[in-house]
Design a protein. Structure first.
Lengths: 342, 334
């Protein structure tokens, strides 16, 4: 088997503050293969955006202390200097953000922004780049691309702007696309089209995608693999079907149970996690989820490793509970849900 | 004694915003038809969800109901009484009974005020309570939303997003309202926190008999929290009915598009064959298509849809939809 396109090993990212070091990413390891989508889910402040930014070296300017390896196509890019990173960004790996209005230049026409992205990495005549820009816009599903090229970001709708940003990201056919909450700010119908677009791009181009999101519905739609993050660590990782059908970590359980589903009659009550996420400056010793976990016991004072415990070598979790005991707990919760009218 | 009719009744409500040309006060060159003839009713203790894409007029409708913007025409009745267009001309006793919860718990709380002041200000403004009585009501409101009285001494920045939204809800509760208008109250929150706030809204309804007009873009959340759902498209209500029925068997093709586009957290349902998501983007409310506004994007549209505007008509189970080609019975399976 070919080595994965992206392999992250023991990545740690800390930010020094007056109160102490914020450990935003605390020993994350993951891999993504070409043509696959890895969904990284978790709540605000769990470190998922820091992880995404750090892959492309975007946290360096913010004084982050980074350790660990980020291997892209066989090369450790965590060790690259700034000019080498600049050649890599937008060429081998590109990123799209939640808010296209903040990511596009407000005073530059869409066309010139795409042309600039193309010519930053290749020697192409302006006219040829402009033709390519129109092609890119058409490819991401923007109708009447020639007209849109001459327009400014404020003249486009939210969904159109998001697609223009994707076109810029795709300008140099990156092998890796990092998408940080790409559909959080758009309507559901637009979201459905953007997700379909990402799915098509990875199939047709073999592009790998790291999709950062808080929306489990989005993950279920497009991801092949899922990594669940909590307080800077991955607490569970595995194939998407396994994570949804046989989740192993109590934090994953509560995330799944707290999402109201449109395809079912409502639960009498949604599941909710008590308490709040821990401080990343002085997180609890052992399992970070321990203070909020209804099932914690004495072993939880030691950090559980991310290991296959559920019988599938590709399905890893960080929970000390016996898998058999977990099954019982989940079945009990499910039958309580049925009594609630689920 | 309370009237028998609905608590809130909105009839033919219209709100157009003029588009002016010129640098100073130019002439009117067009109108944004944000709300264009909406009729709705909410009963005592009932929750109505309002869904639709950005720009469909749902926020403007809320603000018009509360009198924060004056409608162009139409009527708003509360407890059987016709209300003045502007909030400031409404009797204070009525204003107290309709309170609002905002979307952004960061922007809607004054960062320089203590929580007890934020929650207590409405009591002072309405002259309802002062001194020890005010403190008691504030403590009770905080308790209702799951915060301790001691939290009253703190400032908003000391709280998480979910806790801030609770403070916003406590502020709305302080005046003992009968109707709460909540514009996207959970959209800015994480899923687990979202669940806490949705559960809280449901508890408050059960305990206090509150009625809600709840705007949301997440159909799953709205289905969970509401008895009925109204779907808006470009200033019009296109479908309204019991929440379960609207989500499980939509009648209007636009509702079906919204339902189809809503992701379901189950990878086994990926690529489900019944997805029908509308093509293209919603047109501007400044130049809505004639007749049925959805017809340019509708897979079922015929010539009729471009000529004659469909009216809201009754279907089974207390549902209403404005469509010439409704997805009912056998027609729904295509």
């Amino acid at each position: 088997m070919a080595p994965p396109l992206l392999a992250i090993e023991e990545l740690r990212v800390g930010f020094a503050t007056e109160a102490g070091t914020v450990r935003a990413v605390d020993g994350v390891s993951l891999t993504v293969e070409s043509g696959r989508v890895l969904g990284v889910v978790g709540e605000s402040g769990c470190g998922k955006s820091t992880l995404a930014m750090t892959i492309l070296g975007l946290t360096r300017g913010e004084g982050a202390e980074v350790s660990g390896r980020i291997v892209l196509g066989g090369r450790d890019i965590a060790a690259l200097d700034e000019s080498a990173l600049r050649r890599l960004r937008g060429a081998e790996a590109a990123m799209i953000f939640q808010d296209p209005l903040a990511s596009l230049h407000p005073l530059q026409r869409i066309g010139s922004q795409i042309v600039e992205a193309i010519r930053a990495h290749r020697t192409v005549a302006r006219a040829a780049a402009a033709a390519r820009a129109a092609e890119l816009l058409r490819e991401v599903g923007v109708p009447d691309p020639e007209r849109r090229l001459r327009e400014y970001p404020h003249q486009l709708s939210g969904g159109m702007r998001q697609r223009a940003m994707i076109a810029i990201a795709l300008a140099n056919e990156p092998r890796l696309l990092i998408a940080d909450e790409p559909t959080t700010a758009v309507d559901v119908t637009v979201q459905a089209r953007i997700l379909a677009l990402l799915d098509r791009l990875r199939r047709e181009r073999g592009m790998a995608v790291v999709l950062i999101t808080h929306d489990l519905g989005v993950v279920a739609e497009v991801a092949d693999e899922v990594a669940v993050m909590y307080a800077g660590r991955i607490v569970e990782r595995g194939p998407v079907e396994r994570i949804f059908a046989d989740p192993q970590h109590p934090y994953t359980w509560s995330l799944l149970a707290s999402v109201p589903r449109i395809d079912r009659p409502p639960a009498r009550r949604l599941a909710q996690v008590g308490g709040r996420p821990p401080s990343l400056i002085a997180p609890p010793a052992g399992c970070h989820f321990r203070p909020r976990c209804p099932h914690e016991f004495d072993r939880c004072s030691a950090v559980p490793g991310l290991e296959p415990r559920a019988g599938d070598p590709g399905h890893l979790d960080r929970c000390w509970l016996d898998p058999e005991r977990k099954r019982e707990l989940r079945e009990a919760a499910a039958s309580a849900g049925i009594e609630d009218g689920r | 004694m309370r009237a028998d009719g609905p608590l809130l009744e909105v009839t033919d409500l219209v709100k157009h915003f003029p588009i002016a040309s010129g640098v100073m006060r130019g002439r009117e060159i067009g109108r944004v038809r944000a709300v264009d003839g909406v009729s709705l009713a909410i009963g005592e203790g009932e929750s109505l969800g309002l869904v639709g894409e950005s720009g469909c007029g749902k926020s403007t409708l809320c603000r018009t109901v509360l009198g924060l913007v004056e409608p162009t025409s139409g009527s708003v009745r509360f407890d059987g009484r016709e209300l003045a267009a502007a909030s400031r001309r409404r009797p204070p006793a009525i204003r107290r009974q309709m309170q609002m919860v905002f979307q952004d718990p960061y922007a809607s709380l004054n960062p320089r005020k203590r929580v007890s002041q934020i929650v207590g200000d409405p009591l002072t403004i309405h002259g309802v309570a002062t001194g020890a009585e005010r403190d008691r009501v504030v403590g009770e409101a905080l308790d209702r939303v799951g915060l301790a009285p001691a939290h009253g001494d703190r400032y908003p920045h000391e709280f998480s997003g979910g806790e801030r939204q609770r403070i916003g809800i406590a502020r709305a509760l302080a005046l003992d309202p009968r109707l709460i208008v909540a514009d996207e109250p959970v959209s800015a929150l994480d899923v687990s926190i979202q669940a806490q706030v949705v559960n809280l809204l449901e508890d408050l309804r059960d305990e206090l008999g509150l009625a809600y007009l709840l705007v949301g873009h997440d159909l799953g959340v709205v289905r969970q929290a509401c008895d009925r759902i109204a779907v808006m498209y470009l200033g019009k209500v296109v479908e309204v009915g019991p929440a379960d029925a609207v989500c499980s068997t939509p009648i209007h093709p636009y509702t079906r598009s919204l339902v189809s586009a809503t992701p379901i957290p189950d990878p086994g349902l990926r690529g489900r064959g019944d997805r029908v998501v509308a093509e293209g983007d919603a047109p501007s409310a400044a130049s809505p298509p004639p007749a049925c506004r959805f017809h340019p994007r509708c897979p079922r549209a015929t010539g009729l849809c471009a000529e004659l505007e469909p009216q809201l008509v009754g279907h089974d189970d207390g549902r209403f939809a404005a469509c010439h080609h409704p997805l009912t019975g056998s027609a729904a399976s295509d």
